[in-house]
Design a binder for this molecule. Sequence first.
Ligand SMILES: Cc1cc2nc3c(=O)[nH]c(=O)nc-3n(C[C@H](O)[C@H](O)[C@H](O)COP(=O)(O)OP(=O)(O)OC[C@H]3O[C@@H](n4cnc5c(N)ncnc54)[C@H](O)[C@@H]3O)c2cc1C
Length: 342
Amino acid sequence: MESILVLTHTDETGTALSKGSLEVITAGKMLAGSLGTTLTIGIVAADAGAAAGTVAAAGARLLAVGGEAFVQARFASDAAACEALCRAVSATIVLAPAGSRFARVAAAVAYRLGGFIDTHITSISAGDSVKASRCFYRQRIEAVITRDARPWFLLLDAGTHAAFSGASAAVNVERIPVDLPVLRTTVLGLRAPAQGAQTIRPDAQLLFVAGAGWTKKQPDGQVHSVEAGELILGFLRNTSASLGSSKSLVDQGGEGQPVLPFLTHMNQVGQTGSTPRHHKGLSTCCHGEEPHVVGWRFIGERRAISLDPNCGWTRGKADVVYVADAFKVIEKVNAILEGAKI
Ligand SMILES: Cc1cc2nc3c(=O)[nH]c(=O)nc-3n(C[C@H](O)[C@H](O)[C@H](O)COP(=O)(O)OP(=O)(O)OC[C@H]3O[C@@H](n4cnc5c(N)ncnc54)[C@H](O)[C@@H]3O)c2cc1C
């Protein structure tokens, strides 16, 4: 009989389980129900008491590791905690949320237990055997995976299951001791990337993409990255568009070149970035190479502004291409939009 363990952790409040953890509890309950086996929930938290009570209605056995070492994410302590929870129940199937906290330790824990791991799981079902589904090749192919290897770790993608909710109640939580290794990493706090504005807006009608050209030398021989930033943010303010970027532009920070401080890799569109779904898209100062444009698969109407009349956009990848200086075009568009607001 399978022993199913759901690994969970608390969110930044420290008293509630993270949303991803609650989603995995839903998946774990469904799987345990179809296999006719019991579910165990393992909680990693400074003090799991309050969080455990909120999942009382799951009817699961509850285990927890606790202590100051588990307040924040850190590889050594989180891996030790997850390993101890898995060993405590001799788990054969381990489900965990694919958030940054567990995604970085799950493979190591599977290795320590001589198990196997699959990631980006979107659904799990059980008939003759347990089956897990995931997509490959940027959602073009869906695979259904079965494995004999145990323990089998499955990292579930966020948003694939409803978050578990039920009435809170007093519960019995079994405390699991953890042998912590020497902790070489001290977590001092969290520092979010500087973002002047919330620039990723999945519900926006328009996607505005900034390419590396914005920070390259312009015809006057100078770089105008400050002005570029002001023009782009002005356009976003005026249109409420979502901001995407080419890979070259977001990679530049690491290369010591001029950067736009409000851009992160989260903005990157393309083969190794996102595949957003906006009604319209406007690309600026971007060459329109295939690894970038593949991320535009679901964009309805595509337009581009590039100085290069031979750029990828003009070679059939955009509906309309303006061979023009994006600095001048966006400055003008912003002036028109601001005038229209008055
Ligand atoms: C395995 C792999 C995966 C990749 N994944 C991605 C990905 O996910 N996303 C991605 O974006 N790229 C990806 N790339 C990189 C991709 O191939 C290109 O190198 C990248 O998209 C180029 O970025 P860019 O067009 O912004 O920069 P550039 O190629 O430097 O182009 C800048 C453009 O700006 C124009 N320009 C300059 N000034 C102006 C101005 N004033 N007005 C108008 N135009 C101007 C120039 O004419 C030029 O065409 C990947 C590459 C590989 C090998």
